[in-house]
Design a protein around this ligand. Structure first.
Ligand code: ADP
Length: 205
């Protein structure tokens, strides 16, 4: 099956775009959602992560203190790499499993794989046939990310600085959806691209 990676910076509108593809009947595999599912309360990986990072990231009810973990790994490169070494292969394996399951569906002829940090690692390069970047002006990105996640401007800017530049993303894109406008415009752009993908995404068997 033809796999289209959907990526973009924080707050660019990846989740909104993915939702619209899904509403059109396109199978969507979201690596962020997988990461979340792998770290829900009681998940086996959670214990391993907590132990590896010093044992301070679980609340009394066993749930992960995500904000604490996020801020810890932001300041601590070694633990960020430790976390990634545990989590990323598991996310990749589960994503692959879901992509293969989706292959059983006959329609449409492509599926979407949401990978926020596609350009920051090469783990998904061999899997994807085409790259779709959701893009918007940095000021819009900051505004939306702040409102959505209750973050300060400097927190969002720090997260953006840890990601590849907008230019790098746009250079690596096969398709770009510009998402500066209203949600209705995004809906139309996704629908148009869907039509194009239906026509042009052909796998050489
Ligand atoms: P990402 O997944 O790339 O981090 P989201 O899709 O979650 O970004 O979008 C960030 C926030 O901006 C969300 O609250 C989302 O509903 C909102 N948003 C995304 N696109 C638009 C748009 N075109 N108009 C208005 N709000 C938008």
């Amino acid at each position: 099956m033809f796999i289209i990676a959907l990526t973009g910076g924080i707050g660019s509108g990846k989740s909104e775009a993915a939702k619209q593809f899904s509403l059109l009947g396109v199978p969507v595999v979201d690596t962020d959602a997988i990461a979340h599912a792998l770290t829900v309360t009681g998940a086996p990986l959670l214990k391993i992560i907590n132990q590896k990072l010093g044992g301070n990231f679980l609340a009394a009810d066993g749930s992960l203190n995500r904000a604490k973990l996020r801020s810890h790994i932001f300041d601590n490169k070694e633990d960020r790499l430790n976390l990634e070494a545990i989590l990323h292969p598991a996310i990749h394996a589960l994503a692959l499993e879901k992509l293969v399951q989706n292959e059983m569906q006959l329609r449409p002829n492509y599926q979407i794989l949401v990978v926020p940090l596609l350009f920051e690692n090469n783990r998904y390069d061999a899997l994807v046939n085409r790259i779709l970047v959701i893009d918007c002006d940095e000021s819009v990105q900051i505004e939306r990310a702040m409102a959505r996640s209750n973050l300060t401007e400097s927190q969002v800017k720090a997260m953006m600085a840890a990601q590849v530049s907008r230019k790098t993303r746009l250079t690596g894109a096969d398709e770009v959806i510009e998402n500066n406008g209203q949600l209705e415009e995004l809906v139309v752009k996704v629908a148009n691209l869907h039509k194009k993908f239906i026509k042009t995404c052909v796998v050489n068997k």
